[in-house]
Design a binder for this molecule. Structure first.
Ligand SMILES: Cc1cc2nc3c(=O)[nH]c(=O)nc-3n(C[C@H](O)[C@H](O)[C@H](O)COP(=O)(O)O)c2cc1C
Length: 425
């Protein structure tokens, strides 16, 4: 399919309001304001849009959960933390086509009865912040944000908030804590944010790509969106492809694309002279797949069926020079550092996992280490307040399941079995 979300991102002026207006910008908001909030939610529901932040939850349903009769203010929080290793799609939208996101935020606010949207951006996104703030100023100046938009009586404020740089701040309840000025640690649920969210008020938290799809749905219709890709996996999708491919990057297509097509057609295939060894399909938190599994559709349901997840669509490709124990150690180095520390299994367990992986990789592994890694992982997964724990153990359990022999060889031989000159190539 031809790109829709990223159709114009290569144009040097794509970030300006002028450019956006020339390409139909803010017409979807005008259209939405001519209907009722309930009709907007129905349209989003009919499109089948599922959240692009990781869990794939239906967006229209999430908006419907926000109580309409609450006397409290309501909020949209756009999750622009984008910190999952292998994931780098949202910043493309924000840097190159920011008004699409702002329009999505405004439509989302109208749908749930909010007047304020916060865009929570990753701590390291200095440039993104500048572009977004410029876009917000332009939108206010021309009346697309602010009071009485299009004379409809609808008011909408958008604030950009840059975090301090923590992966956990992307977890939705930790994001709310951080926005409130506290440490980014998760909340106990229920209550869910739709009912008790930001400042204790009803809140919908949506990913950048999710909200960017909303103006397209309003402009082109729910039927158009629902016809893109397979049933229950509808709409255009951004894929981030990194690792040992010839053309890493962000690619937009429909979700009937297979991992094979993403790797070989879009990203140009594996670098010359090498073969595919493993693919992490949806960001570092999703279980690794083998080369004989890449004919799976890169959709929510297709990857779940293959035993992994679409997650944040961060496809990490590894060739035969990659030591899978090293890959797991590398990721656990990240998770151990990023664990927010609130839940003991995650705080202590990620550190233990990292230490055991490191000693195996250095050739100092013990016979009992594989059992120990599995035991520690099973004592983290499902035992934490947020899914960080499950995310952190996926690289460990996934590589043990698929590359157990490589772990055993490290322990048996007292060294990495891969040729020394392949290391970190
Ligand atoms: C540790 C952790 C980090 C996360 N980071 C992000 C993130 O950076 N961006 C994002 O949209 N969702 C992230 N999520 C998922 C959010 O909690 C939430 O499901 C998502 O923002 C909902 O938006 P959606 O329904 O549009 O997908 C993260 C989840 C976890 C457990």
């Amino acid at each position: 399919m031809d790109p829709v979300i990223t159709a114009y991102v290569r144009d040097p002026n794509s970030f300006t309001l002028e450019f956006y207006l020339q390409h139909g910008g803010y017409e979807a908001l005008r259209k939405a304001l001519a209907t009722t909030p309930g009709q907007v939610i129905d349209t989003v529901k009919a499109s089948g849009l599922r959240g692009r932040g990781g869990a794939g939850f239906p967006t229209g349903m999430k908006w419907q959960f926000v109580p309409k009769d609450s006397p409290k203010p309501k909020y949209i929080c756009c999750n622009a933390d984008e910190s999952e290793p292998g994931t780098f799609k949202d910043h493309v939208i924000m840097e190159r086509y920011p008004h699409l996101l702002l329009e999505g935020c405004a439509i989302g606010c109208y749908a749930i009865g909010a007047k304020v949207a916060y865009i929570y951006i990753r701590g390291e996104f200095f440039h993104v912040q500048e572009v977004l703030e410029f876009a917000v100023q332009e939108a206010y100046a021309r009346g697309y944000l602010g009071k009485n938009i299009f004379g409809s009586g609808f008011d909408c404020e958008v604030f950009i908030h840059r975090g301090a740089g923590a992966y956990e701040a992307g977890e939705e309840s930790a994001l709310l804590e951080s926005l409130e000025g506290k440490r980014a640690q998760p909340r106990l649920r229920p209550p869910f944010p739709a009912v008790v969210g930001l400042y204790g008020c009803p809140t919908a938290i949506n990913n950048v790509e999710t909200l960017a799809n909303v103006p397209l749905i309003l402009a082109k219709g729910a039927d158009w969106f629902a016809a893109v890709g397979p049933e229950k996996n509808t709409g255009p999708k951004l894929y981030c492809i990194s690792g040992h491919v010839k053309r890493p990057g962000v690619y937009e297509t429909a979700m009937n694309v297979t991992l094979r097509e993403l790797i070989y057609d879009y990203a140009g295939g594996i670098r010359d002279g090498h073969q595919l060894k493993a693919v992490i399909p949806g960001g570092s938190s999703t279980p690794v797949l083998l080369p004989d599994q890449i004919d799976a559709p890169a959709s929510f349901d297709g990857l779940a069926k293959a035993g992994s997840m679409l997650g944040s669509a961060g496809t990490i490709v590894m060739d035969e020079t990659t030591c899978m124990v090293w890959a797991a150690e590398n990721l656990l180095h990240f998770y151990r550092h990023e664990s927010c520390g609130k839940c003991t299994p995650c705080r202590e367990g990620t550190d233990w996992l990292f230490k055991v992986l490191r000693r195996i990789e250095r050739g100092e592994g013990r016979a009992a280490d594989l059992g120990l890694l599995t035991n520690v992982s099973n004592n983290i997964a499902g035992k934490t307040l947020c899914p960080f724990g499950d995310a952190a153990v996926a690289p460990v359990l996934g590589t043990i399941a698929k590359f157990g022999a490589e772990y055993e060889a490290h322990i048996r031989e007292g060294k990495c079995p891969l040729p020394a000159d392949w290391r970190l190539s």
